[in-house]
Ligand binder design. Sequence first.
Ligand SMILES: [Zn+2]
Length: 86
Amino acid sequence: MMDNSIQIPLDLPDVRILKVSKTKEGDWLIRVESTLKGTNCRKCGRKLTQFHGYDQAIRLRHLPIFEQPVFIELRPKRYKCPDCRG
Ligand SMILES: [Zn+2]
C-alpha cells in the first residue's frame, strides 16, 4: 500500500511543520516554526514571555526527496531574558 503522506524526518529539535509546498522550480519547501513558546531561558532557567520578534528566516538544505531538492525555512523566535540576555 502506498501512503499518500510523506514523512520527513527533520533533524531539527523543537520545531513543528507549518506547511509543505513546492516551489515553482519544483523544489520542496518546508516551513517550520519553533515550538519554544514562552519557554524558559536555556541559560538561567527564568521563564521568558517577552517575545522579541522573529529572526530572519533561515533556509536550510535538506536531503532530497525523490531526487527533488528540499529546503527547510525556519523563522527563529526571539525572547529577551532580562537576567542574562540569553
Ligand atoms: Zn536567562
